[in-house]
Design a protein around this ligand. Structure first.
Ligand code: ZN
Length: 504
């Protein structure tokens, strides 16, 4: 969790479906040069992109580093310019026939290249020219050529208008497969998972082939555009090898049939083959590494972390206990504590009201809510209100214990939820957690700093693992993970003078 956001987005991209029209429209696929049926006009795609962009930013946050943002933007703009040059050459040579007005409209659209402040390794695009990479992805790249190819791939999705086509196909299949909004993350479906959850498995299967074709088209575009910008796109193969290793390490993440993306192993082979048709030579290793040096590696403890059963938030200076054995998920807007079997959960977030009483009143008056008990209390000196009751939800009635606590100019909301049958077992845990909320004063936690990426020239020839000795541990990234991040094996012999990305 980061800053007190007063807005919450409950039903994110699903709302985008509303715009779907019956018969669709004709879109110009600038990658293939062909017309295709799509759900949205280009102008609608830009509108959808802008809306979803705000939600993505609210949910994940932009990297707070102007230099890195500008750098990624500059590389993206360079590749984009080459994409349009290439399209224009095809038009001039009479290889493709495109509607000049449609091309001009797309060409005049400003593109956004954003860096999200997330440790997850991902890149994706929204319709209308919005492309994203995470800081997790940047730290896993080794050079500018890899970045250029990844950005070229996302540009390819946008210019091929894949979201619009996907939405049109999805609508014909009558399902909410809403990869429609997120045009295929290049890599790791986790960032879009919440959205994909809305689609039925049958739907996903139905369009599996289609998704893969779109990914391959984007790969072809990514290689071509980055090569035209002078880069050696074959470099990206090593990055796809890293992705494969990340997936292996994650074990059974998503069943592979749910993934619409080509196997990273396939890409590892096809990318150099595609790249061989061009003659880009720029790798840009040193420049790239100096640009990303200093970015946060792994989870950022400034935004909250769990240690020995306590959640600490250094920036907002509070702490509360986590029930034993429960897992924690910390996003920009909420911290969710979950019982291992999913029998109960506690959500911690910001209330939008200016007092605990007002927040409690809001909950009391919410539709379907029955309050059976209310009392004021003090959470270690911070005034609060506790509400107990039940709420009617789509899936049935749930019992809750909600605590509203005033602290540091904010009102915090902690809501424990479970079934009425289970409330007897979990109500006491909810109560203990809510009452454990306290000001954080211990400087060991208040001053906790993130681990950052340092670029180091290997001082000797030795196994990669030996260079990790004496380095800090990275939250969420072990030694094997750091080897993957460096695109080497843990025990691989690293020649002296090799540039390494190490935690500092
Ligand atoms: Zn993709």
């Amino acid at each position: 969790m980061t800053h007190p956001l007063r807005r919450r987005f409950h039903a994110p991209l699903l709302a985008l479906l509303v715009l779907l029209t019956g018969c669709g429209t004709s879109n110009l696929n600038l990658v293939s040069g062909e017309s295709q049926r799509g759900a949205y006009s280009w102008a609608q795609q830009v509108e959808l992109g802008q809306e979803a962009d705000q939600q993505i930013i609210a949910q994940y946050g932009l990297l707070d580093n102007a230099q890195v943002n500008q750098y990624v933007e500059a590389v993206g703009e360079q590749v984009l310019a080459q994409a349009f040059e290439a399209i224009q050459r095809s038009v001039d040579a009479g290889e493709v026939e495109v509607d000049a007005t449609a091309l001009a409209e797309i060409r005049a659209t400003p593109f956004a290249f954003r860096v999200l402040d997330s440790p997850v390794v991902n890149a994706f695009a929204l319709p209308g020219g919005f492309t994203y990479v995470t800081r997790g992805l940047l730290s896993h790249l080794d050079n500018e050529a890899q970045l250029a190819m990844v950005l070229g791939h996302e540009i390819g999705h946008v210019l091929a208008q894949h979201s619009s086509r996907q939405a049109f196909e999805a609508q014909r299949g009558q399902l909410g497969l809403i990869g429609a909004a997120i045009a295929g993350s290049i890599i790791d479906p986790r960032l879009g998972q919440g959205i994909l959850d809305y689609g039925s498995t049958g739907a996903q299967l139905l369009f599996l082939k289609y998704g893969r074709d779109a990914e391959r088209e984007a790969d072809r575009a990514g290689v071509a555009y980055s090569e035209f910008a002078g880069y050696d796109a074959a470099q990206a193969a090593a990055f796809f090898r890293s992705l494969e290793r990340i997936q292996e390490a994650a074990g059974a993440s998503l069943p592979s049939f749910l993934s619409t993306h080509p196997d990273p192993a396939e890409r590892e082979q096809t990318i150099p083959e595609l790249a061989a048709q061009y003659n880009g030579t720029n790798v840009g290793e040193e420049g790239f590494l100096s640009e990303i040096e200093g970015i946060v590696l792994g989870e950022n403890p400034r935004e909250g972390f769990v240690e020995n059963g306590v959640f600490y938030h250094p920036e907002l200076a509070f702490r509360f206990s986590v029930p034993q054995g429960w897992s924690t998920s910390n996003t920009r807007q909420a911290v969710t504590l979950s019982e291992p079997n999913g029998a109960a959960a506690l959500q911690f977030t910001f209330a939008s009201q200016s007092s605990a009483q007002a927040a409690a009143q809001e909950l009391r008056s919410a539709q379907g809510v029955t309050v059976t008990g209310q009392q004021t209390f003090s959470a270690n000196g911070n005034p609060g209100v506790l509400l107990e009751g039940q709420a009617a939800q789509q899936t049935g009635t749930v019992s809750f214990l909600a605590g509203y606590i005033e602290y540091g100019g904010n009102v915090y909301e902690l809501v424990g939820l479970t079934t009425p049958q289970n409330y007897r077992s979990y109500g006491a845990s909810f109560d203990r957690t809510i009452r454990s909320f306290a000001r954080l004063t211990d400087s060991r936690y208040l001053n906790r700093q993130p681990v950052r990426l340092e670029v180091v020239e290997a001082p000797r020839t030795a196994a990669f693992s030996t260079f990790l000795q004496g380095r800090p541990e990275v939250p969420g990234l072990d030694a094997a993970g750091l080897a993957i991040l460096n695109q080497v094996d843990l025990n691989e012999t690293i020649p002296a003078g090799t540039l390494l990305k190490l935690p500092r």
